[in-house]
Design a protein around this ligand. Structure first.
Ligand code: ADP
Length: 448
């Protein structure tokens, strides 16, 4: 069963709350130690540590409960998760009240921490749920103060010698003032926070719906492009074969003028076929085409890519140097795609390097991933365009007039394949001096 985005958000935030509670528990223990050993204030430490223990147990239960909800009953998940959140906040409030009771009651300004819980409730719960938790917090606080005042429960002073406000918990004037201001502030805070929270939730839902719509439209567009390019590719292949027959003069001699035109048409068809093939491949990747996984030797793949680029390099007297790390063994991935991306980077390096330049391939084995670098001393990429290099149809402003045979699809294809392998790709370049494309690929992965 697939969870709705709203439910995923709620689940993530609940785990966020659980994670942050560990920090809060650490804070409570640190505060106890600090108060006792640094400020030398007498404390009910056993009772306070027990409350910290209660919070630890609560956090473990909440975590296991969430795991259980996710595993067993994803239907109606938001209701069960909200129930879990109510449990967490209620126990937090009880724990906070106990902490306050054992550490000075209303005389301890720590009662302001109730406000944190109210804000958290307004982020995670509905308006009604937030008001219920706020009222519960105020009730707990009010009862504690009242029982300490009437002597039903003992009051534990958080005080040192010479402390002047020993009897604040018996001062009805102070109690009434503090409590009424706190109640007023709590409800105003909850009203503001839950209104803002609700508005943000609605906006988030609106954005999520718009994104879903865009994704659907994008998929329709991709399917359309896939169908059209597929048809074009078939027809182009037929045209290319016919032109090949004519240019090779299999059907008989042709005059030089006709041959020149046919050759031009033939070269253009080859370029167009390459473009259409890349477009088709990119669209398939966008549509999450399945990848076959295999365990293969990286060195072998790099060597094969180097042989594919060698002829182009020789044509321009470019030195194709490679240094393969001996330690590099096998990795898991889609062999053909990895070879394709290295060949692509090499052909680009050769294409964008002047005659007599160099192209270097370097590999480094880094425990859990490998690093492949393809470096050249060619034209480079303008600094302000570096962030666009992997975007579809990007063509450098410095090469547009020089290189006609350029489509701007290759690098976006490379990036998509690296992403599908959970790897990373980046480029370092200086205009007029050269470029270095770096790829990291995890050694073991499951491609999805
Ligand atoms: P294409 O080479 O067909 O234009 P790519 O997507 O492979 O498509 O490259 C996009 C652009 O990135 C190129 O047009 C070029 O401006 C720039 N580029 C790619 N590789 C290099 C390189 N090694 N040196 C300089 N510029 C490069």
């Amino acid at each position: 069963m697939i969870l709705e985005r709203r439910d995923i958000r709620l689940v993530k935030r609940t785990f966020w709350l659980i994670r942050h509670r560990w920090i809060a528990i650490g804070g409570v223990i640190a505060a106890i130690l600090l108060t006792k050993y640094v400020f030398k204030v007498e404390l009910q430490d056993l009772a306070l540590y027990s409350v910290a223990l209660l919070l630890i147990v609560e956090n473990i239960i909440s975590f296991l409960w969430m795991k259980y909800i996710l595993k067993c009953c994803p239907e109606n998940i938001s209701k069960t998760v909200k129930f879990n959140i109510h449990f967490q906040i209620s126990i937090d409030l009880i724990a906070l009240t106990l902490l306050l009771h054992y550490a000075g009651g209303i005389g301890n300004p720590m009662f302001l921490i109730y406000l944190f819980h109210m804000v958290i409730a307004s982020i995670l719960l509905s308006k009604t749920g937030t008001y219920i938790q706020t009222t519960f917090a105020l009730l707990l606080f009010g009862l504690m103060v009242y029982f300490e005042y009437t002597g039903v429960i003992e009051h534990y002073c958080l005080c040192k010698e010479n402390y002047t406000n020993l009897y604040l918990y018996l001062d009805d004037n102070y109690i009434l003032r503090t409590f009424s201001v706190f109640v007023f502030a709590s409800y105003v805070l909850v009203y503001l926070a839950s209104s803002i929270g609700e508005r943000l939730r609605n906006q988030e839902d609106g954005l999520t719906k718009a994104l879903d719509k865009l994704n659907i439209q994008d998929e329709i567009k991709n399917e359309y492009v896939l169908r059209v390019t597929h048809d074009i590719k078939g027809n182009l292949a037929a045209i290319q074969t016919n032109l090949a027959v004519l240019t090779q003069k299999i059907m008989g001699p042709i005059d030089p003028k006709q041959e020149e035109f046919l050759n031009r048409a033939y070269i253009r068809t080859i370029k167009l076929t390459k473009f259409v093939k890349n477009l088709l491949r990119l669209t398939r990747l966008r549509l999450d085409e399945e990848f076959d996984m295999e365990f293969f030797s990286v060195s072998a793949v790099i060597q094969s890519a180097i042989s594919s680029a060698q002829a182009n390099a020789d044509e321009k007297s470019i030195d194709l140097i490679y240094k393969l790390d001996d330690k590099i063994g096998n990795i898991t991935g889609n062999k053909l795609s990895i070879e394709e991306i290295i060949t692509n980077l090499l052909l680009n390096a050769v294409k964008y390097t002047n005659k007599n330049g160099f192209v270097k391939v370097n590999t480094i084995d880094n425990i859990d991933h490998i690093l492949i670098e393809v470096e050249d001393n060619g034209l480079g990429i303008p600094g302000d365009e570096l962030s666009e290099v992997f975007e579809e149809f990007y063509r450098g402003s410095n090469v547009k007039n020089i290189e006609e045979d350029s489509t701007g699809i290759g690098l976006s294809l490379v990036k998509k394949i690296v992403d599908r392998h959970h790897g990373e790709i980046w480029v370092e370049s200086e205009l007029g001096k050269g470029s270095k494309f770096c790829i990291t690929l995890p050694k073991n992965l499951s491609v999805n």
